[in-house]
Write a protein that binds this ligand. Structure first.
Ligand code: HEC
Length: 133
């Protein structure tokens, strides 16, 4: 491969990277153009902390999923398909694997119903940021 080809390939890579980097993180067309990385609102921060402490080991920081569990920031878990009661049930009783191949979710004894309520508010916010509903 001659130098000219290499240089032009490098140039196209740069163009591609710039184009991708410039793409809007959120194409919702909403009034506040927040990305998924937007700062967590103050009233959701205790829910975030509880999520990190009790859920993110499997559901991932920011609810994006891990090898141990599915993303909660996912169409499947939007409010009309998995309402807030499904979150309460999941924490209180655990979940029999049915949507994915991660295995069962154990019950999470460290959280009270009001903790889960705060966690759900945080997860709904993440889902909204991601344009899921
Ligand atoms: C040890 C890993 C683990 C932890 C910790 C965990 N989950 Fe899960 N969770 C899972 C797995 C795996 C599934 C998927 C089960 C399936 O295949 O549908 C799941 C599913 C769910 C569901 C879907 C329930 C349904 O009805 O389908 C909800 C809601 C949920 N988790 C919420 C939480 C919340 C809230 C926490 C923290 C309080 C939490 N999870 C902690 C592993 C975990």
């Amino acid at each position: 491969m001659d130098m000219t080809t290499k240089a032009s390939q490098a140039m196209w890579m740069t163009v591609l990277v710039l184009a991708l980097g410039a793409a809007p993180a959120c194409s919702q067309g909403e009034s506040q153009p927040q990305s998924a990385a937007a700062a967590v609102p103050a009233d959701l921060q205790s829910g975030e902390q509880k999520f990190v402490a009790n859920c993110s080991a499997c559901h991932g920081v920011g609810g994006v999923g891990t090898k141990q569990g599915p993303p909660l920031v996912h169409k499947i878990y939007e409010p009309n398909h998995h309402g807030d009661a499904a979150f309460q049930r999941a924490a209180a009783n655990g979940v029999q694997s049915h949507h994915w191949e991660f295995g069962n979710m154990p019950k999470i004894p460290g959280v009270s119903p009001s903790d889960v309520e705060q966690i759900v508010k945080y997860v709904r916010w993440l889902q909204k940021q991601a344009g899921i509903f």
